[in-house]
Write a protein that binds this ligand. Structure first.
Ligand code: NAI
Ligand code: MG
Length: 365
């Protein structure tokens, strides 16, 4: 990342379901933003997960990984669908899912998932009036380890009946780097960090908590609170405004970031970034909305593009070193939503293209 760079390579992977639909919206906003700022984007398109399986019989091609490693940023729509859920290919868990493979190979361990209250969408949230007003939360999810990757895992027989198992394990180095990312994020925000774990009942979380405590010594300006994840979920739903950065393992971060989405009024509103370093020292990054491929609405042109468009804003900030362009995109989205532009998931009748065009018009002003 370099402030003086004006040319960036972007790998665009639509994926499955609504993935390609929202990616198109994100790329249109990226192109307009770049053109207006004199930034040149070289975009390469490829297939991922189900789409790649249909074409090439693999969830992620080696060529795709090569291009990904040479790119400044990767934009992903979303992946997955029932058609591919039961396919098993040789290799570890990362081989079973194109997006997990990409995260794993690029080592993008820090998953930033910001969510905030949108006053215009207050009536789309389950909160009593005022409870979520001003809520602004950053969930930091560990993306490349923990129970979703650790071995052994499998299914067999025990005592003559079926048995299935996974391993929840983390190494010290993995824990240290995610903790550092959490403290650095908190430093750049309001200085409050909640670490969610289940250290009361699980060994891997006891080490998680110990390492977070050790790292905290280097960040005396950050107020650290440990919370058991079940209580954390409860407190988030009751008092969302009291949270700033919430850090969790791959599994808990996944759950807590979908929970945090209720503050915004819709899962389709949420962006994310997966970074291979703490913000400020990023060389590989994947930007994608938090939502999945939404097979129930795919192909209808009604997917909410906001999560994807805000992910593009995160790309300008974290991979291109242009936070002011990120703010410009966010302001355009905010203005479009304030003007009443809404896809059906957030209570409107607008189509993906209408919302995207409304954002583009506001960038042009
Ligand atoms: P999902 O996020 O795809 O959908 C959940 C609900 O939210 C659905 O009712 C859907 O219509 C709605 N929704 C999600 N995004 C939306 C958008 N942009 N606009 C309007 N409505 C939206 O989660 P689900 O249904 O559990 O999973 C579907 C598939 O997506 C599965 O194959 C799953 O594995 C995959 N998935 C992929 C992710 C990724 O690529 N990062 C993340 C989560 C799930
Ligand atoms: Mg999820």
């Amino acid at each position: 990342m370099n402030d003086h760079m004006t040319k960036f390579k972007v790998l665009a992977l639509g994926g499955d379901g609504i993935g390609p639909e929202v990616l198109e919206a994100g790329l249109a906003v990226a192109a307009e933003t770049a053109a207006r700022a004199g930034v040149e984007l070289e975009v390469t398109h490829d297939l991922l997960h189900g789409a790649a399986w249909e074409e090439y019989g693999t969830f992620c091609r080696e060529e795709t990984l090569t291009v990904a490693k040479e790119s400044d940023a990767i934009l992903v729509g979303a992946v997955g669908g029932p058609k591919w859920d039961d396919i098993r290919v040789p290799g570890g868990p990362e081989m079973q899912d194109g997006l997990m493979r990409l995260r794993f190979e690029l080592d993008t361990y820090a998953g930033l998932r910001p969510t905030r209250h949108w006053p215009e969408l207050s009536d789309r949230t389950p909160f009593a009036t005022g409870v979520a007003d001003g809520a602004d939360i950053m969930v930091l999810r560990e993306m490349t380890g923990g129970v979703m990757f650790a071995e052994p895992r499998g299914q067999d027989q025990r005592n003559g009946t079926r048995y299935a198992y996974d391993t929840a394990g983390y190494g010290e180095e993995e824990l240290t780097r995610i903790a550092v990312a959490g403290f650095e994020l908190a430093q750049k925000r309001s200085g409050r960090l909640v670490s969610a774990d289940k250290a009361n009942v699980m060994e891997s979380y006891k080490l998680w908590r110990a390492v977070v405590n050790e790292v905290s010594a280097d960040f005396p300006d950050v107020t650290l609170t440990h919370m058991y994840a079940d209580n954390c979920a409860y407190q988030m739903a009751m008092r969302p405004t009291e949270f700033d950065v919430i850090m969790g393992c791959n599994l808990l971060g996944d759950l807590l970031s979908d929970l945090a989405a209720i503050v915004s009024g819709g899962l389709g509103m949420l962006p994310s970034a997966c970074l291979n370093g703490a913000p400020g020292s990023v060389s590989h990054a994947i930007y994608e909305p938090v939502h999945g491929s939404a097979p129930d609405i795919a192909g209808q042109g009604i997917a909410n593009p906001v999560g994807m468009i805000l992910s593009v804003a995160m790309m300008f900030e974290h991979s291109f070193g242009r936070p002011e362009l990120a703010r410009t995109i966010e302001a355009a989205v905010k203005s479009a939503v304030a003007a009443g532009m809404r896809t059906p998931d957030i209570g409107g009748t607008d189509r993906t293209k209408d919302v995207t065009d409304a954002v583009l018009q506001r960038l042009e002003r």
